[in-house]
Design a protein around this ligand. Structure first.
Ligand SMILES: *Cc1c(COP(=O)(O)O)cnc(C)c1O
Length: 356
């Protein structure tokens, strides 16, 4: 028998979540962001459940090629563009749309021998200060793209730093509006947070990632409870041993937890080598057999311990959900001081992925 842990994919959730996005952004096309192996869910496994999207956006050329060869014929956007001039041969062959954030990329496209022109997303640095041309250069660069025969069309692209928080998008939108004034450029700006909460950013295409997977861009589950988004993954395991602690007995590495009374605890086959966060403190929520309980002690590589006081019927073989349909990944992430993004993308390769 394998270890009882698995990541169950709820494939229906993907189409549901796409429909939610269509409702909130009815006039925009959707780039389904599937970077990082579809946020840990497995691109190969899930792309067909997202086939009602208008396009797929990702980073890795190999993933783009895989998607084409698997049969996706629609648009594919490379979010960070290409990394070397030689990559253009693959962009040409597989008809990939590329972001362009640096002068060398424009020069490389201008000089390439392509079978047909490429669609280009001009990335403007509107305040994130990661990738992109300075806003003041936009008119000149746009003119340049107009003269490059290898460019079929140009879209304005930028990325928001605070669309999920109180600062919102006002400052970056003002920067973009000033830079793009009077230029006839379609826009692609909105990540999940902007898609949900800032309709003025929607433009021609939105680029949602995390909400496709049913987690919150803000890290707060209550921010998306009313949207109809559904989690696409449940990380499940079982109790493989039970201990009865006496007052003062301690649990796990570092003996960080001590029982204050007689207490039953369950040992769950899930640890940080499965992708569960090691820094999750005692008290992190865990769903056991229909009841919410919490971890006790330090998460080990292969196991963690849970308090069985609220579920006295639990025993060896009892099902456990670490996150998913009964327990939003955002709540586990919040307890561990991180985001659902990090937990989902950190799912370890050793965890078998199943559907259902
Ligand atoms: C990851 C990413 C997105 C999607 O972000 P979410 O917050 O997951 O919606 C959109 N655009 C770019 C450029 C990205 O890198």
């Amino acid at each position: 028998m394998p270890r009882p842990i698995s990541a169950a994919l709820h494939l229906d959730a993907f189409d549901n979540n796409l429909q939610v996005i269509r409702r909130v952004a009815p006039t925009a096309k959707i780039w389904a962001v599937v970077k990082a192996n579809a946020y840990g869910h497995g691109l190969k496994r899930v792309w067909q459940s997202l086939a009602n999207t208008d396009g797929f956006a990702l980073l890795d050329l190999a993933e783009a090629v895989m998607l084409r060869e698997a049969g996706w014929q629609g648009p594919i956007l490379l979010l960070e563009g290409f990394f070397q001039t030689q990559d253009l041969a693959l962009l040409d062959r597989y008809r990939l749309t590329t972001s362009v954030h640096s002068d060398w990329q424009l020069a490389a496209i201008a000089e390439a021998r392509l079978s047909a022109p490429l669609e280009v997303y001009l990335k403007i640095n509107s305040g994130m200060n990661r990738l992109g041309f300075a806003p003041a250069r936009l008119p000149q660069i746009w003119q340049q793209t107009q003269r490059i025969r290898n460019i079929a069309s140009t879209t304005l692209m930028s990325h928001f730093a605070t669309a999920d928080g109180p600062q919102g998008v006002t400052q970056q939108m003002a920067t973009l509006d000033a830079a793009a004034e009077a230029l006839p450029l379609p826009r692609c700006l909105a990540n999940s947070a902007a898609t949900l909460w800032h309709p003025a950013t929607h433009g021609s295409w939105v680029r949602p990632g995390i909400i496709l997977y049913g987690a919150s861009p803000s890290g707060q589950w209550h921010d998306i409870t009313d949207t109809g988004l559904q989690p696409a993954m449940s990380l499940r395991s079982e109790i493989i041993a039970v201990q009865t602690l006496q007052p003062g007995d301690r649990v796990g590495y570092g003996w960080r937890y001590a029982a204050s009374a007689v207490q039953r605890i369950g040992i769950v086959a899930c640890g940080y080598a499965d992708g569960y966060p090691r820094h999750a403190p005692s008290g992190t929520p865990v769903w056991v057999d229909g009841v919410l309980t919490h971890t006790v002690g330090t998460v080990s590589m292969d196991m963690l311990a849970v308090d069985l006081t609220p579920c006295p019927q639990a025993n060896i073989g009892t099902p456990v959900e670490l996150w998913g349909r009964h327990l939003p990944v955002d709540e586990v992430a919040a307890a561990a001081g991180t985001l659902g993004y990090e937990l989902l993308t950190a799912l370890a390769p050793r965890v078998p992925v199943v559907t259902g």
